[in-house]
Design a protein around this ligand. Structure first.
Ligand code: FEO
Ligand code: CA
Ligand code: CA
Length: 716
């Protein structure tokens, strides 16, 4: 997410920083072959499968499906950057938009009203907003359970947040389109959040459609009842007047990135949950240490004590931290959903810790131990690893014995140490276990529930390394124990204030600016970087690891501390890596969620985009560019790797950003004037009409299906 990004820094721990300057290590510049293709909904013949051969993998993807292989790691022609309002894919590829925000989730559900006049009762039967992380669950031959088919499966899609200016039809008050703000509007917002499970099928020509008649189609929202499990279930910290047991929560919010399990369930991860809660009386009481550590009840971008500025707390006391002070503790978790059982109740798995979760990437160790890597996406927060105490029975993946493996284990946090030269080093995983490493009652941790609810403070205590906003983690399927993480950017590190991306990046009270260190080597890291590590002995559950910088994004030609790595050049520039995913063939896909000003520090980078990297050589090539004001996030393929799904989130959001050169669909260019939400709500097609184009009522997040025209493996 960009506009509703939490702009606070909550970590005042003063944890370790290392004074090592990185050196660039990587070579192999990408070849430039810029060919642009327009986006279209036209059906283009799909020519059927090419040859495929099994490729032995050993890591992060446990789908029991044959992997296709290719001798060309990056076999496509790079695309140019763009500031247009379209999706661009390489020559020889086609793109198709499906599952637009507001489309019916099943047969009989109401069609989308382009003027946004519908309420929660319609929205809860429609696809949610702001698509983010996503997984494809292949169906079996009978279509009634998990399998390996590529022509039929279930897409589980996160809906991270809402853009009120697009979600709500404007009222009559000329100064404030949101008035009157009612509990019905809260409920519409909640209904647009959560997860969609959608039954999709692929036709012989490669196009994909939504099977509206399927029993699997399901919406999970911000008010769907879900269980709480693991060590924090029932904790006094999770109890409210509405739920004195502390074991049942209504809904999941801010589902950013995701994960899936080897027993074929989906993990929806809760990120910036704090932004939904407001303080109706900001001066009335001091915030608790727990609230402050998670940015609850503070200005998270929408005004004093108003979080995102959604106003939910003004109409629903559940979101008022004075009326319901423990409600925020019931968010910030990883939620497990069984897409194959539409009647199943989602479960918040507290053993995985409470923070601003990005994704949850699993690897199964040789002995069956399940390891889950997770980032906490805020400036100067940490990287975590859960290690299960039980072992996965691969012979019976859906067996009951596997289903609760995420309830018991050890949550660890990473500490990075610099090596003898720049850009590499070693590290350790430190357990966050009650009674160890100072996590005791005397130090404020009454039990393991307290450690997990306040995982950030526990990580502070054990001396974890503050990172430049850990986003997605991706495990290399061809090298067990090798894992990558995007560090998207950090305007609050080092002694150099941020320049064009964040004027607020200077030191403020309560906002620490830790110095640069070996693994976060740049002051005011505008463009972000990617680190990879190898667990000792190739064992995912190891305590020790070695690490190196894989990529430093940025502007070629810039020297000194801000210099990009050698694998960044004029043809693959981008900023703010976020989504990160290995396909079955070992290609590493990188998605960006950064500045699309295309000016200053970001000149030549255009709209947000998706690139592909060869982990063996470090070569990076641009594969896709998104439309105006969007973030490109969420990527997965069918088991045969011949259909790719990519999400386009918040097209048109650029309107409220200052200093954005805008090529609006009307052809007018406007620079330097931000529109406020009141203006955008009244002219919602001003900054994007994606994906519908002419006739659109407003921009709509959606899933884009990508296929190769020759029917081949994506990326080959
Ligand atoms: Fe929702 Fe950290 O991206
Ligand atoms: Ca993200
Ligand atoms: Ca992001």
């Amino acid at each position: 997410m960009s506009k509703r990004e939490d702009d606070v820094v909550s970590n005042g721990s003063g944890n370790i920083h290392l004074q090592t300057v990185v050196e660039q290590q990587l070579a192999s510049p990408a070849r430039r072959a810029a060919i642009r293709r327009g986006f279209g909904l036209a059906t283009i013949p799909f020519l059927g499968a090419g040859s495929a051969a099994a490729l032995g993998g050993c890591g992060g993807d446990d789908d029991p499906a044959p992997a296709a292989t290719t001798s060309r790691p990056l076999g496509f022609s790079a695309v140019n950057t763009s500031s247009g309002d379209e999706v661009i894919v390489p020559a020889g590829y086609a793109a198709q938009a499906i599952l637009l925000w507001g489309e019916p989730i099943r047969a009989g559900a109401p069609a989308f009203a382009r003027d946004a006049s519908q309420g929660w009762a319609e929205q809860e039967q429609q696809i949610g907003d702001n698509h983010d992380g996503m997984h494809f669950f292949a169906l079996n031959a009978g279509g009634d359970g998990p399998g390996t088919r590529s022509d039929e499966g279930l897409l589980a899609i996160n809906h991270e947040y809402i853009n009120p200016e697009y979600l709500y039809a404007p009222g009559d008050d000329t100064d404030d389109w949101l008035l009157p703000f009612t509990v019905e509007k809260v409920r519409k917002g909640l209904a647009a959040h959560g997860v969609s499970v959608v039954h999709v099928q692929r036709a012989a020509n490669g196009t994909v459609s939504h099977r509206l008649d399927s029993r699997y189609n399901r919406r999970i929202t911000g008010y769907t009842p879900m269980d709480v499990s693991g060590p924090a279930a029932g904790s006094a910290l999770l109890q409210t007047a509405a739920d004195p047991t502390g074991r049942e929560v209504l809904g999941t919010l801010n589902n950013c990135a995701h994960g899936y399990t080897p027993w074929r369930t989906y993990l929806a991860c809760e990120e910036n949950f704090n932004g939904y809660f407001g303080n109706t009386d900001p001066a009335g009481r001091a915030l608790t240490a727990l609230e402050r550590r998670y940015g609850v009840g503070t200005d998270a971008g929408g005004g004093l004590g108003n979080g995102f500025g959604y106003r939910w707390h003004t109409a629903d006391p559940r979101f008022d931290i004075n009326a319901t002070p423990n409600e925020p503790n019931r968010f910030g978790w990883v939620v497990e959903i069984d897409p194959f059982d539409p009647d199943s109740k989602p479960v918040k798995r507290t053993a995985l810790g409470r923070f601003k979760h990005e994704n949850a990437e699993h690897v199964v160790a040789a002995d069956g131990t399940v390891v889950v890597y997770m980032g906490d996406d805020e400036r100067n927060e940490y990287l975590y690893k859960f290690v299960s105490s039980g072992r996965f029975d691969a012979a019976n993946p859906r067996a009951a014995a596997n289903r609760n493996l995420l309830d018991s284990g050890t949550l660890n946090v990473a500490k990075f140490t610099g090596g003898s030269t720049g850009g590499q080093g070693t590290g350790t995983w430190i357990p966050l276990a009650h009674g160890q490493n100072g996590l005791t009652a005397e130090n404020g941790f009454a039990d393991q529930a307290a450690v997990l609810v306040n995982a950030r403070a526990a990580a502070d205590r054990v001396g974890a390394t503050m990172m430049d906003r850990p986003e997605w983690v991706a495990a290399n399927p061809n090298k067990r124990g090798e894992v990558y993480c995007t560090l998207t950017n950090n305007s609050r590190r080092g002694t150099t204030p941020a320049s064009s991306n964040n004027a607020a990046g200077t030191t403020t009270a309560g906002s620490a600016r830790p110095p640069v260190d070996a693994v976060n080597p740049r002051s005011s890291n505008l463009w972000g970087h990617i680190v990879r590590w190898n667990e000792a002995g190739g064992d995912p559950k190891a305590i020790a690891f070695s690490w190196e910088i894989f990529l430093l994004a940025g502007q070629p030609g810039v020297t000194g501390e801000r210099a990009p790595s050698a694998n960044i050049n004029g043809s693959n520039v981008f900023n703010s890596p976020d989504g990160l995913w290995f396909d079955r063939n070992g290609r590493l896909w990188i998605q960006s969620d950064g500045s699309y000003t295309n000016a200053g520090d970001y000149a030549g980078m255009g709209n947000n985009q998706m690139l592909c990297a060869d982990p063996a050589t470090g070569e990076v090539r641009r594969f896709l560019v998104g439309p105006s004001g969007c973030e490109v996030t969420g990527v997965v393929m069918t088991p045969d790797s011949r259909t790719m799904f990519v999400n386009i989130q918040h097209p048109g959001e650029m309107g409220s950003h200052p200093n954005v050169p805008r090529n609006a669909p009307t052809g007018q260019q406007q620079i330097g004037t931000a529109w406020n939400d009141n203006q955008i709500a009244r002219e919602p097609t001003r900054f994007s009409r994606f994906p519908e184009g002419a006739g659109s009522g407003r921009p709509r997040s959606c899933t884009v299906v990508i296929r190769k025209l020759d029917g081949g493996v994506i990326g080959s």
